[in-house]
Structures are given as C-alpha cells and as structure tokens.
Design a protein around this ligand. Sequence first.
Ligand code: GLU
Length: 510
Amino acid sequence: MKVDRPVRVRFAPSPTGPLHIGGVRSALYNFLFARKHGGTFILRIEDTDQLRYVTGSEPYIHEALNWLGLIPDEGPKAGGAFGPYRQSERQALYTRWIDRLIDSGHAYLAFDTPEELEQMRSEELAKGVAAPSYDHTVRMRMKNSLAQPNDVIESWKAEGRPYVVRLKIEPEQEIVIHDIIRGEVTFRSEILDDKVLMKADGLPTYHLANVVDDYHMQITHVIRGEEWLSSTAHHVLLYRAFDWEDEMPRFAHLPLILKPSGKGKLSKRDSTKSGIPVFPLDWNDEEEGVHYAGFREKGFLPHATLNFLAFLGWNPGTEQEIFSMEELLEAFDLEQVVKSGARFDYDKALWFNQQYIMHSEATDLLPGVKHQVAHQFPDRVPDDEHLLAFIDLMKERVHTIKDFCSEGSYFFQAPGQYEENTLRKKWNAENRSFFSNVLNLVSDGMGAAEWSATIKDAMQAQNRKPGEIFSVLRIAMTGSMTGPDLFALMAWLGKREAQHRIENLLNHLA
Ligand code: GLU
C-alpha cells in the first residue's frame, strides 16, 4: 500500500436486519481510527443482496449511529465526493469492472444449473473430496466460458440462459495478509473456490462490490469482524486481478463477540433467552414476531454504551476503564486489539452505565428520565425542578435510565406493600401518636435539612428511639428499607403526601 495516503475508513453494513452490537463495535473502531489519524469515516450501505434486504434496516443503521454520535463524514446522508454510498446505486461501476475482468481472463461466465452443481458435488464427494467446490479441479468439466467453445457460450447467451460470473483462481499462489491485529495470515489459492462475483440477476456479490468500492472510495484500512477474514484471500486476489495491489487497503479483523458464558458467538437468541440487549435500539422482527430490546430503550446512555463497546476486544493496558471520547481517541490503538474472542459481559455494560449516570449532571439526564416518568406515571410528571431533584437523589442508586422509575417508583406513587418483617420488628405502638403528629411541625417551604432537624428535635423531646422512628418513617415512604436520604425524600414528596403515607401505614398497622 502507498504509505502517505490520508486515512479513509468505512463502515459497510448490509441492511439485512438491525445492526448487531458487533457491527456497532466495528463502526466505533473505524470512527476512532479515523478521528485519531485525522482521517475520514465513511458509511457505505452494502445492499446488493435483494433476497436478504429487510425494510427498515437502513433507517435503523442511521438512527443507531446518530444515537451514539458516530456520525459519518461521508455516506448516504452526509454525501461526499466518492458517492453514491449505497451499492444499489453503483451498478454501472460494477458492470464496468466485471467486464474488465472477463476481458482480461480473470473471470468467466458460468451457466451451470443448480442440478448440475449438485451433481458435481456428489461426484466429488464420491471421489472422496471432503468439501467439493467450484474450483480449478472441476471447472474444465463444467458449463462455463473456459470449458465450452465460444459459439456455444454465445448461443446460450442469445437464448437468455441465466449465468453468473466467477473469479478464476489459479492454483499455487500464496496469499499473505499482513493483518494489523492478527499478524501474518497465509492462504494457499488451491483451497479457494471460484467465487461468484456477479449473480444471475446481474447484481454483484459482496466480494466484487466491496473490493471495487474500497478501491474507488480510496479506503486505506479495512476494519471489520473476524468472520470476513477468510473472504480476504479472495479480495486480495481480486486486487491482483484488477492490478490494484498498490492501492490495496490494510486489513484489521476484529475478534468475535462471545456469549456472556464465553462459549460460542453472541447471537440474537441470547437476547430472547436472557433478555440482554444485543442491538443498539429496539427492533421488531415482524417475520419472527419477536421484539428485541435495544441498549437505548433499556436505559443506556450513548457514551456508556460506547465505552463498554470499546472494551470488547481492546484495552488500554492500564487499569483505567472510564474513558471520555477524547481519552478514547488518545488511547485507542488498533494494534492493541486482541485476537481472541471478546466476552459480552452484560453486567459490565450495566456497571459502565451506572458509572456514567452517577457522574452525569442531572440536567443531562433530564430528557431521558422525563421520558421514562411520562411513560410510567403519565399523570404524575412533576415540574423540571422536582425532576432534577429526583434525579440527584436517585442517580447513585441506578444502573439504567429505566431504573429511575422502577427503583424510585415511590417518588410517584405510595408504596403498595410494606416490608412486613422489618416493619413488625421496628413497630412500637407507643409511637403511634408521635407519627400522627410529627408532620404538624414541618411545612412545605422547608428543605431536607430543616425536615430532618425538626423531626429529630421532636424525637428527642419526646424521647423516641431513632431506630424505631426512622425505620417506620422510611417504610411508610418507600415500602422498604432502601431508598435515598429519608428527609430529602420526604421534603421532595411534600407535607401532604408524606402525611398521607404515614396515615396509610398507621391504618395498615391498626
Ligand atoms: N457488508 C458487510 C457486512 O455486512 C461488510 C463487511 C466488510 O466490512 O467488508 O458486514
């Protein structure tokens, strides 16, 4: 590769469904690499496979990248000098280059029917070939433009027989890939099949479109998942066939993302089985009739999600785990990405989110929390000032934005039940009148400190045991012994609501 080209990287998802979290990690690493090197981050939609196309997946990709702040410098939305950025709009280019490959003898037309292909396979299996493929060992007995005379091929074409175009792979070539993460990876061309480059519908396959586009878009580094490593051998041969080897990008294949157990690849089934999100945003799979929860809807903050994803395959080699975007850009290095699979540890994701929530300003959390409150308690949404105070009281006690409402439901509704064991232990009937009257001393203008001082003074004056009073008050307010500072909570609820909850409890105990 020419060394002094400006860095240009691309994230090239196929719109075949929601963006898997592994795809988002690829997008992030590409983004970080581009930013770190003052380069360009490109989004290219690889939508040549009509059969696997799923409506809604391209908008999903844009929305997910947007949510995470991984905004492409060039792409279908951003535009750019190397567009169009959807492969379905670049057909003329692929046709031009496929013709060039046919003319130069690197590709050929193949008319074999599915039955003929199947027959070849069974013959090969019968001969003891373990994994038969369409390659140099069989191609000369097949229905293709290498094996058949020209006039036959022309007549088949004239008849309109369907054909594909295949890459002609010569045996005895060595393909050495200097992968930035994996080091030297060597393939022998004998084991490679004559890949289809153009399908019978005239559309290119992934391999052709991907290489032609990387070349035309002047991509310098291909950073993608490990599952594409074996295709890279074909891609290198395509670069050779086109005589583009000088322009070939460098490759970096990212490790697989493993299930939380560490055994096997993370899949969407892990989401349905255990409720962990494996997609950035919610996704309704209409065909399967399954709803998949996304990180966003589960209550993750975008930056916490990115921080978690950054560590799926990379670590800075220090103890530091929380990284601002600037720090990530500084520390991130493709060479420190590991080869072995990265375990998807959902508890770790929750931990990152908790850290980010805890250290966020309440005002930054306000829109998300307000949305949740409006959803969970539509007729009890307090004003922003109250919401901000609520956030400050709860932000150290939650892992997700959703937890604000589930963990802090008692801010919006009186507890439906009480932790009976503790209540019975702490309840002393002699305190009944103290509880009935104690709030006469407070008023709504008072802050938490004044509520606390007033109630404590009364407690002392009347010789009440703090252990009994505090526990019962707390259970009256929240139903249990958990929750934020008791007096702050009571002041937040206000005199009327706090009084009402005390009465509820006293009735319960009557
Ligand atoms: N379209 C491929 C995908 O969906 C792109 C792989 C690559 O980055 O080359 O992942």
